[in-house]
Each structure stands twice: as structure tokens, then as C-alpha cells.
Design a protein around this ligand. Structure first.
Ligand code: GDP
Ligand code: MG
Length: 229
């Protein structure tokens, strides 16, 4: 069985290499899996591409900017039976990957998502606005609208089977991809589990998220999807 890590990167020089190096490749191989690491360079203007290559990733260039575009490209290129996703910014504990893999292989889950709120959020890793207002409100709204039970719908560390991925119909080009995926996972009745994770401060670079614009885009996406289908 093969595990593919897919990591989107837009100008993550200085941290993308360390993020890749934090993947516990030896541990996963010892558990009997093949490992593939794919970085989707989202037309970065810095040294992201070379840094990712030097750290051992296979790098694809996706010229269409956007979180969703980058992931869709990465999953198209991935050949693993299990797909694991996470940011290139050092915030997600990729070293916890075996917890995700075990839930899929041993417990029969289709879709595993990290939870920062059930886990630990390092001081300064999440602005108070996101921690106490934005994320909890968006998560609550999504759960009510789409009859789901997530504790952290915007957590970017997730793992799922290739079959689960093909069941989810995903097309959002931007950040909405994150919630499109959790809505699809729930609507397609996938067997979903959450894993408490440790969420760290960015290891460098700049967050591409803009609190109000992106928050609003997510609200609009949910309203559209719920009422304009
Ligand atoms: N926001 C954004 N992130 C991108 C894009 N392309 C690739 N990414 C990567 O997607 C991940 C998530 O972005 P990030 O700024 O960390 O968002 P946040 O974790 O929600 O603050 C990072 O690894 C980015 O480098 C893009 O066009 N927009
Ligand atoms: Mg991030």
C-alpha cells in the first residue's frame, strides 16, 4: 500500500523544506507502506520549488493560483492508496501521520480530519479572532446547514482513501475547497473520524488568508450551496 502526501505551496521558502523533512518517512516505511511526497508549487516567485525538491519532494508546477486548484492538481498527480494533505508552512504535525493512517487501515475510516480545537493550539498560532469567533462560528454553521458533527472544519491536515477522494465531487478553486471537502465527505456518508492535533505557529513566510474576505467567502459558499442548488 502506498501513502501520498500532497502539499500545496505558494511562496513558502524557508519553511517548505522543513515541513517536508518533518514527514516521518522511515516510520511509515517500517509500518509497511511506500511513501510519495508531492509538492504543488502554486507559481511561487521565491525559492519554494528548489527547496521542496532538495528536501525530497516531487514538485509539480500549477500556474493557476488558489488553494483548491493546487490540491486538485496534487491529487491528480498522486498515485497513493491513501492521500494525506497539509500546509507547507510547518503548522500541522505531519509527524502524527501514522495516527491518520492507522485510523484508515485499522479502523476502516474513509476520511480522517485533524482537530486543533480538541488538540492543542500553540500560543500565537491562531489569531484570537479566528480562535474564538471565526473558526467556531463557521464550524457551527456548517454543522447545522449540512447535518455534520465536525469540531474544526478548517483544519488543513486530513487523510482519506483514494476511493473516498473519488466519491467527493470537488471543484472549488480557492480556499472554499477546504469546506467543500468536509461537506462532500459528510454528504457522501463517508466514515469520518477526527484526530486531536498539535497546531503550531507558522515557521516563516506569510499567511495568505485574509480574515474577513475569506471568512465571508466561506459564509457565501455555504449559503449558496444550501439554498441555490
Ligand atoms: N491561501 C492560499 N494558499 C495557497 C495557495 N496556493 C498554495 N497555497 C498553500 O496552501 C496552504 C494554506 O495556506 P495558508 O496561507 O497557510 O492558510 P491558513 O493556514 O488558512 O492561514 C499553504 O501551504 C500555502 O502555501 C493560494 O493560492 N492561496
Ligand atoms: Mg497554513
Amino acid at each position: 500500500m502506498k501513502v501520498s502526501f500532497v502539499i500545496p505551496a505558494l511562496n513558502e521558502e524557508g519553511i517548505v523544506g522543513r515541513t517536508i523533512k518533518s514527514i516521518p518517512v522511515d516510520e511509515i516505511k517500517e509500518a509497511g507502506y511506500e511513501v510519495e511526497i508531492i509538492v504543488v508549487n502554486n507559481d511561487s516567485t521565491d525559492n519554494t520549488e528548489q527547496e521542496a525538491r532538495e528536501a525530497g519532494a516531487t514538485v509539480f508546477l500549477e500556474k493557476n493560483r488558489g488553494y483548491g486548484n493546487a490540491y486538485q492538481r496534487g491529487f491528480k498527480e498522486a498515485s497513493g492508496d491513501i492521500l494525506i494533505m497539509g500546509d507547507a508552512d510547518g503548522t500541522y504535525p505531519l509527524e502524527q501521520a501514522m495516527d491518520f493512517i492507522n485510523l484508515i487501515v485499522e479502523d476502516g475510516c474513509d476520511f480522517v480530519i485533524g482537530s486543533r480545537f480538541d488538540g492543542t493550539i500553540e500560543d500565537g498560532a491562531m489569531p484570537a479572532l479566528h480562535k474564538y469567533i471565526g473558526n467556531p462560528m463557521l464550524t457551527k454553521m456548517l454543522n447545522i446547514f449540512f447535518h455534520s458533527d465536525y469540531s474544526d472544519t478548517h483544519c488543513g491536515m486530513r487523510a482519506f482513501t483514494k476511493e473516498a477522494y473519488s466519491k467527493m465531487e470537488l471543484s472549488a478553486p480557492g480556499m472554499e475547497y477546504a469546506i467543500e471537502m468536509v461537506i462532500e465527505a459528510s454528504e457522501k456518508n463517508l466514515n469520518i473520524k477526527e484526530v486531536p492535533i498539535y497546531y503550531r505557529k507558522r515557521g516563516g513566510g506569510e499567511a495568505k488568508l485574509s480574515s474577513f474576505d475569506d471568512g465571508w467567502r466561506h459564509v457565501k459558499y455555504m449559503f449558496n450551496r444550501k439554498f441555490n442548488k
